[in-house]
Design a protein around this ligand. Structure first.
Ligand code: ADE
Length: 357
């Protein structure tokens, strides 16, 4: 028997059309972030667009994917569109893209997060369960360990799996053919992807923050699905506080829906939305308490910075990865925070925004 045996647990799950596996939890602080992600993830699935036509925004990416897929379909070989690497901040719709691709092709999407594939047998089990033209989506692909990453190279390149058995001089490699599949990798950190892995992707595409007009359309669509009414001004208020991110639009819509229900109305008026945002401490730019705390800590404890990421995270009691992946990109986009070689710095704009000058 090969030392790399496929994991059985995965096979049992393949009855479902769509399989999502979340990462294992590693520390207490990560636990908080991951639990939040799981709950939000479930709510997100019901709001997910069902076709590329329903998918709002990311026009350039949609065009590139449509060209790639229609050319591959003309050749009668969907997987010939090649593997796809999507990068950018969280919540912009990378997983959704993978689902929509599988729908277009008429295949299954198998969704994993890299930390859940930490043993060689995990990835072997997943690869061996794939059918022709399936989409294998690996979120946080920059977190794959080296062994798992290298196991992926032959499947990505030649659609075969090299299994080794024996030790030392008697090591034998058995090559197993696999069905052709499309790997969609997602990352918030393109720079952390090794060159050999990166070079095996045909498409490397950035997901952009969304424009306010697109987020208004998404808010209106979400309100319809969640069965409540948003006045035009109320959808604009939600969109402008969404940090360019549809996942946040959807979360704010759920908060506003609940707040409206508490007020015994099904119509979220601007007044109701304003009251809700005041209660939830979400300001006009979409900044929440943690964002303001990051900037205030830099200004008050570190004289504006630079302060190292880990130091800053420890001071505010937040997970460094959450700080780096979730909070910082938008603070930088607003021009409130700078990442320098010496650490994080609050900008003059941040001082002004928070009323320090
Ligand atoms: N929900 C989340 N992202 C979306 C998008 N891009 N279009 C429509 N609905 C969405």
């Amino acid at each position: 028997m090969s030392p790399i045996e496929p994991s059985n647990s995965y096979k049992q799950k393949t009855e479902n059309k769509i399989i999502e596996t979340r990462p294992k939890l590693e520390s207490k602080s990560k636990l908080k972030a991951e639990n939040l992600n799981q709950a939000e993830n479930q709510a997100e699935i019901t709001l997910r667009p069902n076709s590329l036509d329903e998918y709002i925004g990311q026009e350039r990416l949609k065009k590139i994917l449509m060209i790639g897929i229609s050319a591959a379909l003309k050749r009668g070989d969907s997987s010939s569109m090649g593997h796809i690497l999507l990068y950018g901040p969280p919540g912009l719709g990378k997983t959704t893209c993978a689902f929509l691709l599988s729908k277009l092709i008429g295949s299954q999407a198998h969704v994993f997060s890299a930390p859940s594939l930490d043993k060689p047998k995990d990835i072997v089990g997943v690869l061996m369960s794939l059918q022709k033209d399936d989409i294998l989506f690996i979120d946080e692909i920059h977190r794959l360990n080296k062994i798992t990453e290298e196991l992926l190279y032959p499947p990505m390149e030649d659609y075969c799996l090299d299994l080794s058995s024996g030790n030392g001089a008697s090591t034998r490699i058995t090559r197993l053919p696999l069905p052709k599949f499309i790997l969609v990798g997602a990352t918030t950190k393109l720079g952390n992807i090794s060159a050999p892995l990166r070079d095996r992707f045909t498409h490397i595409q950035k997901m952009e923050f969304y424009q306010e007009a697109d987020l208004i359309t998404i808010a209106n669509r979400t309100a319809k699905i969640l069965n409540f009414d948003l006045s035009p001004k109320a959808s604009q208020m939600i969109a402008s506080r969404s940090r360019g991110t549809p996942r946040i639009t959807n979360r704010l819509c759920r908060l506003v829906r609940d707040f409206s229900a508490h007020k015994n109305t099904n119509l979220a008026s601007p007044e109701v939305v304003e009251e809700a945002f005041t209660l939830f401490q979400i300001d006009e730019c979409g900044l929440e308490n943690t964002d303001r705390e990051i900037l205030k800590t830099l200004i008050e404890n570190y004289n504006g910075g630079p302060a190292g990421l880990e130091t800053l995270a420890a001071t505010i009691g937040e997970d460094a990865r959450t700080l780096e992946d979730f909070y910082e990109p938008f603070l930088m986009q607003l021009g409130f925070l700078e990442r320098t070689s010496k650490g994080r710095k609050a900008t003059t704009k941040a001082y002004q925004y928070l009323g320090y000058s």
